[in-house]
Design a protein. Structure first.
Length: 356
């Protein structure tokens, strides 16, 4: 499948009938390979196989839990397994998992025999509203997030909220951060709705999944290869990825992706204010809301320069300057904004001193 052809996104309700139909109509004679991590192997694979006995003969491949699984070494193991199983380009690779599984599974599919079919079945909130959509695939390299990868669209995506019942609260909030981002860059009504929720529950979040998916899908459809407007989806991620990398290298229990993005959104909201794009009232409202839902990630202020330096490897940079996607307003974003290092450092100091 050419990387610019966008997949159909199916919102499954009480079953996986639409996935069953696709498997019968398009992959009945194809070999099926299911990629899982340790958590989805235990909690999600049994449900998938009970619901879809058509997959009982599928080959099961696994990666370990966590972002450390996103490595070239792990890709080599998976490529070797696909080769040994005589998998060809017309077979289908099913990613059953969160962002890590869809990232590495999509990259393996994109590169194996120059591209094979793959299907995303996201099992975390973060993957359902963000990571599984858009065709961004990749692995970490040399201590940098997602440095090696490709934009390669899945054949289709199946969002089945039942899988979310297996998640710990920490993982739910990680996905919630991406829903907040979607609202801030593209939908003020969604932002107002999120702010008005008094008691955050999984049921309330599930009802908002189609809206979040719609925001991202609309942007990706306009710019599938991230030449322009799709870059707005990176709001919170330039600094967020740098914080995530810092946490991976310095914390015994590294933060989750969404938690790092939440910190990145605080810093990049501050930068949006300092750049004259939003006023102090909007800045304070955004930062207060995010701070009320996410614990601050602790870092040593002596490391601010190294955190900032890691942003120079960010994929959005066009020159040696560090590029940002920032807010023009709540619900509106801009991209390709070069920010001087002092303001970036000031934003990290602001985060360090912020009272949660």
């Amino acid at each position: 499948m050419p990387s610019t052809i966008l997949p159909t996104i199916y919102h499954e309700k009480n079953d996986l009938d639409q996935l069953r139909t696709v498997l019968h109509q398009e992959f009945e004679k194809s070999k099926k390979v299911i990629l899982v991590d340790e958590n989805t192997h235990e909690h999600c694979l049994p449900l998938l196989l009970r619901t879809l006995p058509e997959l009982e003969d599928a080959e099961i491949l696994g990666v370990r839990d966590g972002d450390s699984a996103k490595s070239i070494e792990m890709c080599m193991e998976l490529w070797t397994s696909l080769t040994n199983l005589n998998i060809n380009r017309n077979d289908v690779f099913i990613n059953l998992g969160g962002g890590v599984v869809s990232d590495i599974g999509g990259f393996v599919a994109a590169t194996y025999k120059r591209g094979m079919n793959y299907i995303n079945v996201p099992t975390t909130l973060l993957a359902q509203v963000d990571a599984s959509i858009g065709g961004k695939t990749g692995v970490n390299f040399s201590h940098f997030k997602n440095l090696i990868g490709a934009i390669y669209q899945p054949h289709s995506i199946f969002i089945y909220p039942t899988f979310l019942k297996t998640l710990p609260l920490k993982q739910v909030y990680s996905g919630y951060a991406e829903m907040i981002k979607a609202a801030l860059i593209g939908d003020k009504k969604l932002w107002d709705h999120l702010v008005d929720i008094e008691q955050l529950t999984l049921d309330k979040l599930v009802s908002l999944i189609p809206i979040s998916v719609g925001i991202k899908s609309t942007i990706v459809e306009k710019d599938p290869l991230e030449k322009n407007i799709r870059k707005t989806l990176n709001f919170g991620h330039t600094i967020g990825h740098a914080i995530e990398t810092y946490s991976m290298n310095h914390h015994r229990n590294p933060c989750l992706h969404g938690e790092a993005v939440a910190m990145g959104m605080i810093c990049e909201t501050f930068i949006s204010f300092k750049s004259g794009k939003i006023d102090s009232g909007k800045m304070n409202a955004i930062i207060s809301f995010i701070s009320s839902h996410f614990k601050k990630i602790v870092f040593d202020p002596a490391h601010i320069s190294s955190i900032t330096d890691s942003m120079r490897k960010d994929k959005k940079n066009i020159t040696d300057a560090i590029n940002f996607s920032l807010l023009d307003d709540i619900g509106e974003a801009c991209y390709n904004i070069e920010i001087e290092e002092k303001i970036i450092s000031d934003s990290l100091r602001y985060l360090f001193h912020l009272q949660h």
